[in-house]
Design a protein around this ligand. Sequence first.
Ligand code: HEM
Length: 257
Amino acid sequence: MTVSTRHSSSSTSAPNRKSWWQRPWTGPLLVLTFAFVAFSIPPYLTLDPAKSRVPDPGFAPHYPLLVVHVLCGSVAILSCGFQVWPWFRRAYPGVHRRVGRAYVFAGVLPAGLAGVVIGATSPFGPVARVSNVMLSVLWLLTTIAGLRAARGRRFGDHRRWMIRSFALTLSIMLNRVIGGVLYVILSPRLDSTFHGDENLLVQTIAGIGTWLGWTLSLLIAQWWLDRPQSGGRNSRSGPARVGLRSETGASKVAAGA
Ligand code: HEM
């Protein structure tokens, strides 16, 4: 079934339909994701392990899997910015479907599977390892749940699971911000709290940063989904009223229609 989403996007009678200036987060989010990738990706495009920002943990497959993770993670985070943009979903449902496919199959699935292995062998210590594996597994599960809901035409569930998946994708930026703040706060205590042990300082910052990054993001996403002004859009079984047509499109992608 083909539905004209262009027509629906021009309708002024639909409740909750907002213009781009009423959703001021969309532009900055896109700029932030592009800036994050522009900063993160260059050392890994050289395929030179000496340029990696992650120390070698002494596990041969680590570097090739890290490169796969960074490249596919970039696909996920760049596509995420477009998928959460309501106007874009309504105006370009076909592109939304293709970008949705890229998000799942060229982004989260390969980056998350690689994330499980590089997470378990992380050089940043056991606390960060447990967090990275938890995050990778949750990233994979929320995305697969969103995909299955779309294929089953359960659009309310599809939206809820994908918002959780996007929150985990974007959490990587919060992780880096928290890491920077922790470095500023904790590095002056190197000789006191950390007894001069730089490795302990780095593992503490990485451990706190990675756990806080994704747990806070997930809590914010859940608050967003449960907030009263959602007006019933977020009911588990019912279709999401706003964006229903574009999510119908997303389900067609997932179903390969
Ligand atoms: C959301 C699930 C994710 C998990 C579990 C995860 C996990 C990891 C792990 C374990 C490492 C190796 C460093 C370490 O041992 O701590 C790493 C590195 C990296 N990840 Fe992810 N990651 C995720 C998402 C992303 C996304 C969406 C991007 C977007 C580009 C990304 C970009 C990178 C980059 C660039 C590095 C190399 C370190 C650097 O140069 O800053 N990751 N990630």
